[in-house]
Write a new protein. Structure first.
Lengths: 551, 161
């Protein structure tokens, strides 16, 4: 993974010193609330319902075990011993004290981490495929480009006070696991026969209260033009993006207003005018960065069947929580943060430390976060899987539900977030309790359930096969259900099935929905395909046929 | 008498805006709209000429005018409107070597470093800003990832054009 050099280290230390001074001035009353807000957000600090929330950057989801141990120590010392993995691969602390945040940032800097630009109207953490570097379908490892973009975007003087937040994702595989159409800019690595490597560029995606999928703005961008082109897009956006209405300020609205054709013209024109002064990504520079992400020292191993003679729960875990690896003899392993009875995406300091030990022992000392709020050990020898499973099970990190209904995404909701209209965590518990039978979940097959506590959509509900959106109705919490959304592959926005339902009936509603699927599915047909084939009407009919409360 | 931070010095501003009393040697800063209106009082002025861009102005439009201008003022109306950063970048890209001045209520010490790195070399500090602290704010970083204009304190950068 990327290791800081002297410049990177000096930068994060100077950033901490700057924020320490700003926090001090705010607490002393010499920096206004508004100005401090703009500054603290760009250092990852929100003021939330109960306490400040600090969002720590995990660039493209990659952590060393040293970093994971530091996070454990920080959550224990400055928080309540729990971190929350976000849908943009970051880690949130929900209980830090404002005056101590500079100390937290200083400790992060000691392990080459920061919280820079994890919030605020600037370029956010660059996200990517959690199987980068190990996926069998990979064209090229996206992480070197993610890191180059991270550096280019960090305190970029021109683009740190944009109209609104700006999210970039990079995918390097044929299957898109980075949700590029849900991003302000999505980059798909392309390498056509006889051509140098480059990117397909998508622009104008975003969820929130007006969800829009990104459109393709350029078929092929040579890699050396990456910064020049990003600067052109950001410059057009910074000039023309709306600043009069926060709900219309994302680039998706600009693209929608101008149309993709006009947007393309403006970007290309700006690219031609500005490229001579933009940094060019020289092939040597790319090679240097690629060296940081060289494959770990894999041993020569043959593929084997680790399930032979093992008990059924291990077989299920192997099937649902592990994935193919491009190197023979290895598997990539999901560490489920979706144990029933726990908040989706939460991990305790003890779990972090134990997992760091396991990763050192069995996966080359690295751990990854995923956008669906799990962790990944990317390089586990197949012969060690059984041992790993037993250890993970003791840590409650082996719930064999990856890809199933209870592997749901949920934002922190009303319990923590000051933007939320409704709780998500109690609903998640209800759903976990209602669908606690793993065999039933397996019978339902892959279903992506995504839940947000307000229309800002941090829980990505629009692109869930089943989406749940919490709404406030005269002080009561209700939930609107959507069907048919998807983030990967055939990206689509879900359709609302009808009136929202009260909290106590969300789980029953889901049961009615999946029962329609069980009745209607053809042999081997997945949930999302049945929804696409039969439409939402049959689901709607069943859900609202009889009083839910009576069910 | 207005003082400004210019090239790291706290100096009396030799420039004036329309409606302000004339200095003996000073230049005049007019809004972009008046630069194109022959009847505007700005053009009866014989000394050095400067233009002020409003946040919505397209800096590219200045291209042909730059040779007769000695100063471009870019407005930062508050702490959040960052259009000025792009305007400053574009003005420097057009080859303008004169003074690029940040003006407005957003010209506060915590943003000066970014303004300087885009190409501002003079600052009309917002009301209540202390010039000494502002100068110190320009020295906060010795490193940056992107190239920086000469005024910034940056000694090492990662990416260059």
């Amino acid at each position: 993974m990327y290791r800081y050099d002297a410049l990177d280290q000096a930068f994060v230390e100077q950033r901490v010193a700057e924020f320490r001074d700003q926090t001090h001035r705010f607490l002393a009353g010499s920096l206004s609330e508004d100005e401090f807000k703009a500054l603290r957000l760009r250092n990852g600090l929100y003021i939330q319902r109960h306490a400040p929330m600090l969002r720590i950057a995990i660039p493209y989801g990659l952590l060393s075990t040293r970093q994971l141990r530091a996070l454990a120590s920080i959550t224990r010392r400055y928080d309540r011993g729990i971190g929350h993995v976000t849908t943009r691969q970051n880690l949130q602390l929900n209980w830090p004290k404002l005056a101590e945040v500079p100390d937290i940032l200083a400790e992060l800097a000691e392990v080459q981490m920061h919280a820079i630009q994890t919030s605020g109207n600037c370029v956010r953490n660059v996200t990517s495929d959690h199987f980068a570097g190990v996926a069998p379908d990979e064209i090229e490892d996206p992480r070197p480009y993610c890191e180059l973009i991270r550096q280019w975007a960090t305190l970029n003087p021109e683009f740190t006070y944009l109209p609104r937040k700006f999210k970039i994702a990079v995918s390097g595989s044929s299957e898109d696991r980075a949700l590029i159409q849900a991003h302000d800019i999505g980059l798909r690595i392309r390498r056509d026969a006889g051509q140098p490597l480059g990117f397909e560029v998508w622009v104008g995606g975003g969820l929130g209260r007006q969800p829009i999928l990104a459109q393709r703005v350029r078929e092929f961008l040579p890699a050396e033009e990456l910064f020049a082109y990003l600067e052109a897009v950001l410059r057009v956006y910074n000039r023309l993006g709306r600043r009069d209405n926060i709900h219309k300020a994302r680039i998706k609205i600009l693209v929608k207003t101008l149309g993709i054709e006009r947007m393309r013209e403006l970007i290309e024109q700006e690219w031609r005018s500005g490229r001579a002064r933009s940094p060019r990504l020289a092939p040597e520079q790319i090679e240097l960065m690629r060296a940081h992400f060289a494959p770990p020292p894999y041993e020569t191993r043959a593929d084997m069947d680790p399930t032979c003679g093992r008990e059924a729960p291990f077989l299920a875990w192997h099937r649902y929580n592990t994935r193919a690896h491009r190197v023979s003899g290895y598997r990539a392993v999901f560490v489920s943060l979706k144990a029933h009875g726990h908040n989706p995406g939460d991990i305790t300091a003890e779990q972090m430390e134990a997992l760091a030990d396991l990763a050192d022992e069995l996966s080359f000392g690295e751990v990854r976060t995923t956008h669906d709020q799990n962790l990944v050990l990317a390089d586990v020898p197949q012969s060690e899987l059984y041992r790993l499973w037993r250890r993970l099970r003791e840590l409650e990190l082996a719930t064999a539900n990856i890809g199933t209904l209870t592997d749901m995404i949920a934002c922190p909701g009303l319990d923590f977030c000051s933007l939320a209209n409704a709780g998500t965590l109690d609903v998640a518990r209800d759903i976990q309790a209602h669908f606690d039978d793993l065999d039933y979940l397996y019978d339902l097959g892959p279903i992506e359930l995504k839940m947000s506590g307000c229309m800002n959509a941090c829980g990505h509900h629009h692109i869930g096969h089943i989406g749940i959106l919490g709404v406030d109705k005269h002080g009561e919490q209700w939930y609107q259900i959507t069907l048919g959304g998807a983030g990967n592959g055939r990206a689509a926005l879900g359709e609302v099935i009808g009136p929202s339902v009260p909290q106590a009936q969300v789980a029953t509603t889901l049961e009615r929905i999946v029962e329609v699927y069980r009745d209607e599915r053809t042999d081997g047909e997945y949930f999302i395909d049945t929804v696409r084939r039969i439409g939402i009407e049959p689901f709607k009919e069943r859900v609202y046929a009889t009083d839910l409360a009576a069910a | 008498m207005r003082r400004i931070l210019r090239q790291r010095d706290w100096v009396i501003d030799p420039w004036r805006y329309p409606g302000e009393p004339a200095h003996e040697t000073g230049g005049l800063i007019v809004p972009l709209a008046q630069l194109h209106t022959p009847s505007a009082h700005g053009l009866r002025h014989c000394g050095a000429l400067g233009v002020q861009l409003a946040p919505a102005d397209d800096a590219e439009q200045l291209g042909g005018e730059l040779p007769r201008l000695s100063l471009v003022a870019v407005e930062f109306p508050n702490f959040s409107d960052g259009r000025g950063f792009t305007q400053v970048t574009v003005v420097r890209r057009l080859g303008f070597a004169g003074e690029v001045r940040a003006v407005g209520a957003g010209v506060k010490r915590d943003l000066l470093f970014l303004m300087a790195r885009c190409g501002c070399d003079a600052f009309e500090l917002a009301e209540g800003e202390d010039p000494q602290s502002a100068l110190q704010a320009l020295e906060r970083y010795t490193v940056a990832y992107q190239k920086a204009e000469p005024l910034a304190s940056v000694e090492r950068v990662r990416f260059s054009a």
